[in-house]
Design a protein around this ligand. Sequence first.
Ligand code: F6R
Length: 603
Amino acid sequence: MCGIVGYVGPQKAEEILLSGLSRLEYRGYDSAGVALLTPDGLRLVRQVGKIANLVQAVQRAGLTGHLGIGHTRWATHGLPTEENAHPHTDCTGRIALVHNGIIENHRELRAELVARGHRFQSQTDTEVLVHLVEEHYRGDLVEAVRRAVARAVGAYAVAVVHADHPEEIVAARQGSPLVATARPAEGFLASDVPALLPYARAFYFLEDGEVAQVRPGSLRVWDRHGRPKEPVLREVPWDPLSAEKAGFRHFMEKEIHEQPRAVADTLRSELSTPWEEGLSGLDLSRVEHIYLVACGTSYHAALVAEYLWEPLLGLPVSAEIASEFRYKNPALGPTTLVVAISQSGETIDTLMAARGAKERGAPLLAVVNVVGSALAREAQAVLYTRAGLEIGVAATKTFTAQIAALALLGLWLARARGALTEEELRQAKEELSRAPRLVEEVLQLGPRLEALAQKFYTYPNFLYLGRGLLYPLALEGALKLKEISYIHAEGYAAGEMKHGPIALIHEGMPVVVLYSADELPEKVVANMQEVRARRGILLAFADAPDPEVEELADHIVLLPRSSRRLLPFTFTPALQLFAYHVARLKGTDVDQPRNLAKTVTVE
Ligand code: F6R
């Protein structure tokens, strides 16, 4: 949520800031701005709308400099207007600040600062921070930022520049991500690695409570007590090309097609990685309940794991929505294993739910895609998905990679608990190794799904139905459609339809039914009949040619036949492609749908 970039060095700062912001645009895109130190002092350019507007405005202003900070905003406090866009400046106009997060005590701080004569220009919570820096500034910018953020309650990642400090950016983190790096004569910082991939491959991931100073060729860090700390940089495995569209129309389309690789790489990373060591102290035979905690698409992956794991482990396994789990006072302790799942590893609801569980003595395992992310650091053990950088705001390849990782993890837990023999484990792994090939096969159905989308992209409502393992996939199919095409779509357990949603079905209502010979096929056929009897339009995604399904369905997408464990790898890409083509035909902003942000760092 919101993206920050900072640069100091011999290159044109405005170019690096704008290119960095455009790579971070997935974090927020209602307004954007930069502050540059020019020979005439600190100058701001801010624009409502996308980065493209800001690029033009910076060009028109003809500004250039060697020190600057930039921001792309996802509004929390105050409308997306130019005054509310970051950077914000203090009363003297000599200090500029960008912020990602929420300052919860901003009202009290603002009242205090106004009473002391500070003049505010925006409705944001952020602006209090820059006035606090102004109050504490006595010539040492690091000290001023440290004292300012000490007054703030809430989550923040901030970057601050001062007109009298032409070679210095000061940053601080509490709850919102920030990475920094330096190379000879240059210094960089950003909310997220992709912004800086063209310039560096090794980064320092700031910890909560830390303050950093970025100068040409140097990066200094202090911990929450003000003690200096040696910043150890981590290599990231992503290359700059992963941030290009490579001939596809959208990042989402590219990422859907990258799934065979994402799944294969995740399966290959196998069970030999250090995450297993992290769990070695845990006596798995004592585990009595497993909670899988996540949000959004990652929650759907958690639900898939619940369906896969429970029969395998013979233990209660529950998928939980992180924002609910956190506050419902769950009964947790050393015998409850918590598995937190997150692409970004920065989603605040998941992070806080995981932290809370750990504090109550539950062993914590994380499944994340971003190396070094907050959740990865929080957990006792981490299983990384190897999906690579995902730029499209809608999760695609990270979802199937999560399922691959969770399927493997389930097998490992089953073996560790003695619920699976070595031979069964070998067979199950061999079965899973077919997943990438299956995804590839489904991707060949692109033209068929595009033609189907052509018929349906004008419909205002959809229902998605599935049973068993196909139920979470129905939820995910509906989520993909609604978030990128803005069509109202609901996912439902097919058996629940008759308990309410059936009232929605009328002549001309499209109902997507997921049908597999492996998941209660007769029951699903019965549910299809119920739709048919009410003249709904049936779109069947089926992995087995069944005469009854053929007779009932208005349209059938025939998927490759696999096995129960592999169902997510055939149904998911087909549903993703259908949603993608519907949205593309509707002309929505597929990669950056309205109101969404890739990483949700506010509650
Ligand atoms: C939907 C989507 C979101 C995320 C959710 C959690 O396509 O991307 O629903 O899945 O915001 O994000 P992570 O996985 O980063 O915790």
